[in-house]
Design a protein around this ligand. Sequence first.
Ligand code: ZN
Length: 246
Amino acid sequence: MPTLLPGKLHSTKITSSIEFIQYLESCQGQMDVFITRFPSELQYILSKASSEVLSRLDSYEDDVINSLLDSYQFYRRELGSVPPGVSGWLDLWKILTLIQIARPDWHIKNVSHYSNFGINKSYYYILYSIYQDTMPEIILELVERFFESPLAYFTDRMFSRLLILENSLLLSEEQNLCYKCKTDNQDKKVKFDRIITNFGKSDIYDRWGISRNHVGDIQVVCFKCLQSTVLKSSTHTLTAELQGVI
Ligand SMILES: [Zn+2]
């Protein structure tokens, strides 16, 4: 078993859920720091939820954890296939801790090209951009992957799922596709047309012979917005506030 140091990037691919849990446990100090950033009255709730997430993750088989991590650690294929190691694992634990409070019935879904995570009968996609791609770059690559997969023939709309994003790069406000960041955004969803128009790849329809309706609208929320939701919550409102976002 490779030696795992908290916060360090490793090129060795981890292949068991036990190693995954052990790594997260080694990050307990960093998780504690994360929790202390929130109002003191909420810290017990956050701490309890973080422990519950570890127990839940521990209940999954290796192949389920591996497939989740493979789809969670996002990078554009044109940048190669460098093994991502532990990049983003601690952030996944943090994201799941907030989801645990809002939706304790979450589960890891059999990973597909458009979702890797379920809450009751709804599906979500949690992605960590290991090389800090921009939101439009991530969306466009996801669409490419989707239309290369057999799923494209069976699913009407790719982005009917909420995409929870962490570690994407934001160089301009125009690139920000998070519905929550944009307080002036009346509609929670972003038109895929807008992404195509604003960020190029206008041949995307021609290449796959798809209709615009096939992709549908896109709903993205960034992890920063989940955290800011906690910051403005109280013990009485925390669950409902988070449920309002995810
Ligand atoms: Zn946001």
